[in-house]
Design a protein around this ligand. Structure first.
Ligand SMILES: Cc1cc2nc3c(=O)[nH]c(=O)nc-3n(C[C@H](O)[C@H](O)[C@H](O)COP(=O)(O)O)c2cc1C
Length: 205
């Protein structure tokens, strides 16, 4: 089914399929609204939010994957509490999606290796900082090895990032869909069990 920009209100089943289809399509294309989202984790001092690039959406399994340096705070936060949330807002379609679920971290397994093989040397720069992300410095710096601020790493140099590379896979258990309209806002909640729709209901926005 093609995601429609004109008629977002459909039956509950169609509506959640449409939402997943849009998420899946947008995550493939830089610049599309759901290419990036806000990932929320629980931290010692409260809730921690940050923008991430959505690397893969599996609409059948109801999973959302993103990448991180494994030394980043979000990884420790997920290891302590695997309950996470994603927030997306499509200002054109006027749709907000709030998805929550359980995240797992992959660093050395076949899944992580498969994703690593898909990354370009340029993208691998994100995992090449010598001091850990979040570590305090006396001067503004990317922390990258000499010269890599201004040039792409070679394939060989980029391999150094493999050790720091992590894939965060979130299995979604709940989706809160909200559509804003002058004719009346609409909201629906969906609950998933092992990737299957287990419950769906309209909700007062
Ligand atoms: C547009 C944009 C996309 C980003 N994508 C990612 C990403 O895919 N993965 C990531 O770890 N950080 C990404 N970041 C940086 C994070 O927002 C955040 O600053 C960083 O990961 C440190 O967060 P943490 O300390 O909570 O781990 C992105 C930032 C922006 C502005």
């Amino acid at each position: 089914m093609q995601p429609s920009r004109e008629s977002p209100i459909a039956s509950l089943q169609q509506l959640q399929q449409q939402a997943w289809a849009i998420l899946q399509t947008d995550s493939q294309k830089p610049g599309d609204v759901f290419y990036t989202g806000t990932l929320g984790t629980q931290s010692g001092s409260g809730v921690s939010l940050r923008t991430v690039v959505v690397r893969e959406v599996n609409a059948l399994e109801k999973t959302i994957s993103c990448y991180s340096d494994k030394r980043a705070s979000k990884i420790q936060e997920i290891e302590t509490n695997s309950s996470v949330s994603f927030l997306f807002w499509d200002s054109e379609r006027k749709i907000q999606l709030r998805l929550s679920g359980t995240a797992t971290i992959h660093t050395t397994d076949i899944l992580a290796e498969g994703h690593w093989q898909q990354t370009s040397p340029s993208n691998r720069r994100s995992y090449l900082a010598i001091p850990a992300p979040g570590s305090f410095q006396s001067e503004p710096t990317s922390g990258l090895p000499e010269g890599l601020d201004t040039r792409e790493p070679t394939q060989e140099e980029s391999e150094q990032g493999r050790f720091n590379f992590a894939v965060i896979v979130t299995r979604i258990q709940q989706m809160d869909w909200l559509h804003l309209a002058k004719s009346g806002h609409r909201r629906a909640m969906f609950r998933y069990e092992a990737g299957e729709l287990a419950e769906a209901s309209w909700v007062i926005p």
